[in-house]
Write a protein that binds this ligand. Structure first.
Ligand code: ADE
Length: 224
């Protein structure tokens, strides 16, 4: 999978792209991420990328020209997703991540300041996602969220596809509790069932715990 990221802050991605699953995916050539500095496409005198909003109000808006130049140059005439992260977007969830993890190429546009000019959204952006009901100062962290979530689903990156399939959200429920050695820690024991070797009962216990945790923390998931 190839991901082009358009950002005003390419350095924010440097360590992120080297470490953990994303780093492994890149080393294994299962993923390639190319960073483009939007400022390189601001051909005006002061490399200005933002301006005051028409109609007044606080905050600055990202100008359309640099974004247009950058997106069209990278995209060419390919029909690929151009994703923009914004608090106004649809909430990103696991089923959307699964779908995008199967796509060969995508472009992610990171906004800053208030928003990007609406005409870029109307003409070039194909998908808008939010990563939660709160406001961040830019789209870089949401872009990293998407890159991490799709990277770990690339073939052989996790080394254990069962692990990915048993994650929270893969089956619509939150995950169950996990334990490792030692069997007793500060007086707290691992539940006997997990030491029983009875895989059928362990599976049942895990399902029941998942259901309990989902009911307690995310009852909205059960409504679906
Ligand atoms: N940009 C700023 N806040 C955001 C959010 N919550 N989700 C996605 N992009 C954002």
């Amino acid at each position: 999978m190839k991901i082009d990221v358009l950002t005003l802050f390419p350095q924010m991605f440097e360590n992120f792209l080297k470490e953990s699953m994303v780093g492994i995916a890149i080393k294994q050539n299962a993923l390639s991420v190319k960073l483009t500095d939007i400022r390189d496409f601001a051909f005006n005198k002061h490399h200005k990328v933002d301006d005051y909003p028409y109609g007044g109000g606080s905050g600055m808006v990202m100008k359309p020209e640099p974004l247009y130049e950058a997106i069209t140059k990278i995209k060419g005439d390919r029909n690929i997703p151009v994703i923009y992260f914004t608090p106004q977007g649809k909430l990103l969830n696991q089923s959307t991540v699964n779908k995008f993890s199967q796509i060969d190429e995508m472009i992610i546009v990171c906004g800053h300041y208030k928003e990007i000019d609406q005409r870029i959204r109307d003409t070039l952006i194909t998908d808008e996602f939010s990563i939660g009901d709160y406001v961040l100062s830019g789209g870089e962290i949401p872009a990293m969220v998407m890159i991490d979530a799709v990277a770990r689903l690339q073939n052989d990156v996790l080394g254990d596809i069962d692990s990915a399939l048993s994650d929270s959200h893969q089956d619509g429920f939150l995950g169950c509790p996990h334990y490792t050695r030692p069997p007793e820690f500060m007086g707290h024991k691992v539940p006997d069932i997990l030491l029983s070797g009875n895989h059928k009962n362990i599976e049942k216990w895990r399902e029941q715990k998942s259901l309990e945790i989902t009911k307690k923390n995310r009852p909205d998931l059960l409504e679906d």
